[in-house]
Design a protein around this ligand. Sequence first.
Ligand code: HEM
Ligand SMILES: *[C@@H]1O[C@H](CO)[C@@H](O)[C@H](O)[C@H]1NC(C)=O
Ligand SMILES: *[C@@H]1O[C@H](CO)[C@@H](O)[C@H](O)[C@H]1NC(C)=O
Ligand SMILES: *[C@@H]1O[C@H](CO)[C@@H](O)[C@H](O)[C@H]1NC(C)=O
Ligand SMILES: *[C@@H]1O[C@H](CO)[C@@H](O)[C@H](O)[C@H]1NC(C)=O
Ligand SMILES: *[C@@H]1O[C@H](CO)[C@@H](O)[C@H](O)[C@H]1NC(C)=O
Length: 340
Amino acid sequence: MPGKFALAFPILSLGLLVLATPLEQHEVAPGLIEDPLKGTSNPIPQLIKDILAGVKSAVANNAESKKPLICEDACCVWWNVSEKLTAEFRETTGECNDNARAAIRFGFHDAGSWDEKSTHGGADGSLMMDFGEIDRPENNGLQSIRTLLRSVQSTYNVSYADLAQYAHNHATVTCPRGPRLMVFVGRKDAKKAAPKGLLPDVHDSADNLIALFQRKGISTHDLAALLGAHSSAKQRFVDETKANFSLDTTPGVWDTKFYNDTLQDPKDRPTIFQLPSDKVLSVHSEVKDSWRSFIGQGKFWGEAYGKAYLRVSLLGVKNFNHLVDCTETLPLFRANATVP
Ligand code: HEM
Ligand SMILES: *[C@@H]1O[C@H](CO)[C@@H](O)[C@H](O)[C@H]1NC(C)=O
Ligand SMILES: *[C@@H]1O[C@H](CO)[C@@H](O)[C@H](O)[C@H]1NC(C)=O
Ligand SMILES: *[C@@H]1O[C@H](CO)[C@@H](O)[C@H](O)[C@H]1NC(C)=O
Ligand SMILES: *[C@@H]1O[C@H](CO)[C@@H](O)[C@H](O)[C@H]1NC(C)=O
Ligand SMILES: *[C@@H]1O[C@H](CO)[C@@H](O)[C@H](O)[C@H]1NC(C)=O
């Protein structure tokens, strides 16, 4: 590791001399999020650093949400987007629906196509754009949410990259008990398809999956927290004879049942589908303590998820000084489905 840094620094400083505004460049030196964040102490990058360091929370469950009468800032259009997404993501029962779960997965698949060696990809909207990524087998099932989000994009002219992540955070809080995660906009859209082979394979070993996420800067604790998104999930393609089986007993609610359900004998959970990857990770020595720590601890899990997903939502992003906090435009946190 030290050797790698010694090598990287002269190259990086040469890069800084050549490029007048290195933080604004889309294709830049590879490396984890910490590198570009180091160079700035502006309020938003500082806040992001503090969240990633665990000093501040990414969860804004108690914050205000009041659309101003006269709106003139960068967040204005997101109020409109938010209204539209609420209509698309919420069932009349108050639970979150198939569009919401697909949007949660979509945000991950757009951003997750990145690792520390990538010079492009990450949270850049490429999955929503016309680069053919949607035809990759790992993105099967995301076609209709992509069509929906593209229509939102064309109505409101927001960036693809921001919309993919905004929709993830919106869908999360649309699920009852889902945390209201801080949402930043200002990402740059992709110029080409993301690199291939950087999304997790459901049949891979736990060691390989852990290593894959490590190369994105995601620890085993973060990974355990992120996999809780499967609390809202269904499957269609892993076992087609069980199409639409959910991955926990309550897919319309963002709760910790997934963590317990996954640990049970499948015979005791006949109505759900346990992904092979979730199964092997839940009992892996480096993951199992984190996994169990979330059971029945919704608030603790929400904090961990928020911190981990903030990193996911910024994979490959370098223009931190341009980001704006539009959390205020998200729907309010709901402790349960019946509260509006
Ligand atoms: C080891 C890592 C992961 C693997 C192997 C994995 C795999 C899968 C698979 C195979 C499906 C079912 C697809 C289908 O047959 O329709 C699925 C669904 C889903 N995944 Fe993951 N996933 C992983 C991590 C994540 C993460 C980090 C998130 C979000 C932060 C996420 C969110 C979702 C959601 C919300 C669904 C449900 C989609 C729907 O119902 O339309 N997954 N995942
Ligand atoms: C957003 O909504 C407001 C009303 O709340 C409306 O006046 C405005 O035209 C909408 N903007 C767009 C781009 O749809
Ligand atoms: C859409 O947004 C882009 C980038 O902000 C801008 O250049 C373009 O003029 C906008 N298009 C319309 C129709 O408003
Ligand atoms: C799965 O759900 C989708 C969307 O609700 C529906 O169109 C499809 O027919 C369902 N498939 C099965 C096998 O139940
Ligand atoms: C986990 O599931 C088992 C088996 O259904 C159940 O007995 C136990 O109470 C559950 N634990 C929690 C914390 O919900
Ligand atoms: C829903 O939340 C409200 C307010 O927190 C509470 O009074 C009510 O009992 C909850 N209902 C259920 C079914 O948990």
